[in-house]
Ligand binder design. Structure first.
Ligand code: ZN
Length: 971
């Protein structure tokens, strides 16, 4: 058994002692700079976190072996609310947090009281996470570590925001933001349960009236007001009659707070249960017609106003609910205060014409999908389809008056504006889907006065971002469009709040820059922070001019020295270090950060830096499943990263996080997988030790089969390399381990008997050595500790992590050797098939190879095929030009028929190789493989040419021999 702990500690110490991952500029080496989002230290990491960071490390290690001077730094994100929220919950001794910390992450209970400030908690967990990153063997330059509340970092962020403001990208105004009423803060994706982005939409509230009481129906499709057949209220919900500004509205209880946060004056008049209104009539402000209020359980009082208009022709939910109600009213009239006839007479009113659908698209699709229940999960899908198709392809019908003939897309805004002008509608910002703050409170939308925004909606700025995306290498490539889409819909985003840790806005110190805004440009800060720490200036010395020179090359070092008293030589060193490492070639991240962090990073870089400093690449990966399921506390399937390292070993763990999926797909982890990766590596190590023990230094002579193996090795190196360039790590590992091993097993089988001869033994060992050396290096990025160990045992200088990644040795690519080996493989498979079909247990196997005249025809046929002229007639005619073939008047036409069919099926590349090989001496080839075949079948094997005078051909098979397909007799 491998002692993982021992090997890992040994190599981690050696790496640290040699400082090999502490990277400084090296003018003689091309650089490669990659980063990954710094973690929030508000809890320890689990296996789910391990994937992104491991992939980054694998990437860093790969590029190092490709000869690059690779910088991979790490820091800690203290700013923002995640730490605050966690501290709050801990202080309240939230049982779920206490359970997670003490039972899942094994934090001693008495330690908890020490974690009750954001800084002490962050310090504790960043140490924990760092320890884990070291234990798993990440090749990080720890000299560049920092936290986002360090005074130098704050100075850097101040500079970043000063630049953004100077360039006109900061705006101030009133905008809707996601808001936690408990925390009193705007809420972004980082602050919510499940990291859900609070997406805000403007709903239209259409004012249906009963006398002076307004029923504000919330909709994203105001144009459908012409198709309303009835109103839906939830009969079990408590509604509020309230004065909203200067009208009386009926709204759900939840809507009261929401409207207040949106800046409306709301005073409650009375509370009334929804059921009270069922059966009453309202006036539709667009059509002037009366409609009835009906009960519906799907109406969610937490959604907008809790009042919903029913458009059964175009809204699948409405149609299904209406039909269901018709049925229920018929069977249980006593449960409803409405006359069945009032419900039964309601028919969908189609107001939109849509090609490919019947009169009413919603009715169509509901019938097609056979949905009958208003709680059916299929309704979401149906709704999406109808809304999408109508929005893009629908036209308004004649029953919509002045909007007749308009596209739905333009009618939507026109109807809305017209209703608003006549005070028949208003608007309300609302979250598209409910989101909870990390503190557990429902997020609301708040109109924020005088809030500071980064204006990602600026059209010129969007253009720059798209240009950046265009020239950027995004892996996987198919995500490029997703980035462009995000750029398209991004709007102004709140960038500061009144609470939390972080850097104050330089021009309005009561505002603290929030965490998705102070983490977008900092990759440049890594390049200079270790230098800055050596100089140790006072934070105040880091002026705008200082950063301008360091990052933008504006001004001169001597001017900056005058202003800051930092020696100009030191300033130049920092500037040069930035110039050397920037821009970053790769930013790694999980896919969930595309709609915010990653796209913000692009925008901010493009705003502040010249084009040559724009980010060059992004690598995105999916998440990690545990035995096919999402990891969650409730499923009790979260494994802390540090436990996993102790339990499985870091190399097996790294390998199992990489091997199940390419970057974009979810990786499926399981303890069994990690164990089996351990076994795979152990098997590899055992073979390595055998090969190392048997090593002999003498020069050797290779046979065809040796050359075959070496050639196959080149093939696999080529595949692994190509895959790795695209970060297809799963494919790389498969080539490096399993695919090579498959060929290698064949090779060992083929040479089993050769080992009895000293000269063969040496050659075989030499081949094994070559295979091992390539495999160790290909596996180094994935299993660095074990590979260092093997590399050292092989007698090479440490460290394998700087050894060259294997490249294809063109001299060893021997397509001919590979082609010849297929003859042996075919001869073996053919016999196996015969045995399988006949059930014979062979006593003897005869192979008969084709005569020279057949080879002549075979090669002629290839030539004709290459010229596109191969057919039976031509082949016969061409063959008869040859003196020897001319005599075989009977055989040549038969052979021609045989060959034409066969050769047409052979790939061009193979034909090319066969042409260059010419006539193969199959007798010798098979005689060389005789001992192997004999062992394989456990019986005697003979090889002869079909016209050998001593041939033993009891059932007259020999004449069937063809080139590349010897005839066979088994008895
Ligand atoms: Zn909150």
């Amino acid at each position: 058994m491998i002692d993982w702990k021992n090997i890992e500690t040994k190599w981690q110490q050696r790496w640290a002692e040699a400082g090999i991952f502490e990277i400084d500029p090296d003018p003689d080496k091309p650089k490669y700079y990659l980063t990954v989002a710094y973690p929030y230290p508000n809890s320890p990491q689990h296996i789910g976190h391990g994937r992104t960071y491991t992939l980054t490390d694998v990437h860093a290690r790969f590029m190092r072996m490709k000869g690059y001077n690779v910088l991979f730094p790490m820091a800690w994100h203290y700013t923002g609310t995640p730490l605050f929220a966690m501290v709050e919950r801990l202080k309240e001794r939230d049982p779920s947090i206490v359970d997670t910390f003490c039972n899942l992450y094994n934090i001693p209970e008495k330690k908890l009281s020490e974690l009750e400030t954001p800084i002490s908690m962050a310090a504790y967990f960043s140490k924990e996470i760092k320890n884990g990153m070291q234990k798993i063997g990440y090749s990080i330059d720890w000299r560049r570590e920092f936290t986002t509340i360090d005074p130098y970092y704050s100075k850097f962020i101040e500079w970043q925001f000063t630049k953004l403001r100077q360039r006109g990208y900061i705006t101030q105004g009133s905008h809707p933001v996601g808001w936690c009423p408990h925390c009193g803060n705007p809420v972004g994706q980082h602050d919510t349960v499940g990291d859900k982005e609070p997406e805000i939409e403007e709903f239209t509230l259409i004012k249906f009236r009963k006398d002076d009481l307004v029923f504000p129906a919330a909709t994203l499709r105001p144009e459908t007001v012409y198709g309303v057949t009835n109103m839906w209220l939830n009969p079990d919900t408590l509604y509020i009659e309230a004065k909203v500004d200067d009208e009386e509205w009926l709204i759900s209880e939840e809507a009261v707070t929401k409207l207040e946060f949106l800046g409306r004056k709301v005073s409650i008049i009375s509370e009334i249960k929804g059921s009270r209104f069922i059966g009453q009539k309202l006036l539709n402000p667009a059509t002037g017609k009366e409609i009835i209020i009906l009960p519906a359980s799907f109406v969610d009082p937490r959604n907008a106003t809790g009042i919903v208009m029913s458009v059964p022709a175009h809204a699948p939910f409405d149609y299904v609910a209406l039909e269901q109600l018709k049925r229920e009213v018929k069977t249980h009239p006593e449960l409803f205060k409405i006359k069945p006839s009032d419900v039964n007479k309601l028919e969908p009113i189609s107001i939109i014409e849509l090609q490919g659908y019947g009169e009413s698209p919603a009715v169509d699709i509901v019938k097609k999908m056979k949905i009958i229940d208003q709680n059916s999960p299929d309704l979401e899908k149906a709704t999406k389809e109808v809304y999408g198709s109508e929005f893009h392809g629908g036209r308004m019908r004649a029953n919509t008056g002045v909007y007749n003939g308009l596209s739905v897309q333009s009618a939507k805004d026109a109807v809305k504006q017209d209703l608003i002008i006549k005070n028949n509608a208003s608007t309300m910002y609302e979250l598209i889907e409910p989101v909870k703050c990390r503190c557990g409170t429902d997020v609301l939308v708040k109109i924020f006065e005088n809030q500071w925004f980064i204006n990602y909606g600026d059209p010129e700025w969007k253009k720059l971002a798209k240009e950046n995306i265009e020239q950027m290498e995004i892996i996987p490539r198919e995500l490029k469009q997703e980035f462009v889409n995000v750029v398209d819909w991004l709007k102004a985003k709140a960038c500061a709040r009144k609470a939390g840790m972080g850097t104050p806005l330089p021009w309005a110190k009561e505002w603290i820059i929030e965490s998705l805004s102070d983490s977008t440009l900092y990759m440049g800060y890594y390049t200079i922070i270790n230098g800055l720490n050596e100089i140790k200036p006072q934070p105040e010395q880091l002026t705008e001019a200082f950063w301008d020179y360091i990052f933008l090359g504006k001004g001169s070092a001597t001017e900056v020295e005058k202003q800051t008293n930092i020696p100009n030589s030191k300033i130049d060193e920092l500037h040069n270090e930035f110039e050397y490492f920037y821009p970053p070639e790769a930013r790694h991240s999980g896919r969930d950060l595309i709609p915010n962090h990653l796209t913000f990073m692009i925008f901010i870089h493009d705003a502040i830096y010249p084009r040559e400093k724009w980010p060059q690449g992004i690598v995105v990966n999916g998440s990690v499943l545990m035995e096919g399921q999402k990891m969650s506390k409730s499923l009790n399937n979260i494994i802390p990263l540090s436990n996993a390292i102790d339990r499985f070993g870091s190399d097996p763990l790294r390998l199992s996080l990489m091997i199940t999926a390419e970057p974009l797909k979810d990786a499926d982890f399981s303890p069994d997988l990690a164990k089996s990766m351990g076994d795979t590596l152990e098997k590899f190590y055992n073979r390595a030790q055998r090969v190392i023990k048997e090593k002999q230094e003498d020069s050797v002579e290779f046979t065809e089969v040796d050359l075959w193996m070496l050639s196959r090795l080149q093939y696999h190196i080529d595949i692994a390399n190509e895959a790795m360039v695209e970060m297809k790590v799963r494919k790389t590992v498969h080539s490096a381990i399993y695919d090579i091993e498959q060929d290698f097993d064949w090779y060992l089988k083929r040479t089993e008997f050769d080992k009895g001869y000293a000269h063969r033994k040496k050659a075989i060992n030499k081949v094994e050595w070559e295979v091992l050396s390539a495999q160790v290096r290909m596996l180094t990025p994935f299993a660095p500790h074990l590979c260092e160990e093997i590399w050292e045992e092989m007698g090479y200088d440490p460290f394998v992590c700087f050894a060259p990644w294997p490249t294809v040795n063109k001299d060893l690519v021997r397509s001919d050797a590979e082609e010849l080996e297929t003859i042996v493989k075919t001869c073996m498979e053919d016999v196996n098939n015969i045995i399988k079909v006949t059930g014979i247990k062979p006593n003897i196997i005869h192979y008969y190879t084709a005569d020279q005249w057949k080879w002549k025809m075979y090669l002629k046929a290839i030539q004709l095929q290459e010229k596109g002229q191969l057919d039976i007639g031509i082949l016969i005619r061409e063959s008869f030009k040859d003196d020897e073939l001319k005599t075989k008047t009977k055989e040549v036409p038969i052979m021609a028929r045989n060959l034409v069919e066969e050769i047409k099926k052979i790939p061009e590349k193979t034909l090319f190789i066969r042409k260059s090989l010419g006539q193969v001496n199959e007798v010798k080839l098979l005689q060389d493989a005789e001992s192997f075949l004999r062992a394989e079948f456990g019986c005697d094997v003979t090889v002869s040419s079909e016209s050998d005078p001593w041939i033993d051909d009891p059932s007259k098979r020999a004449s069937r021999a063809k080139p590349y397909r010897p005839a066979i007799y088994v008895a």
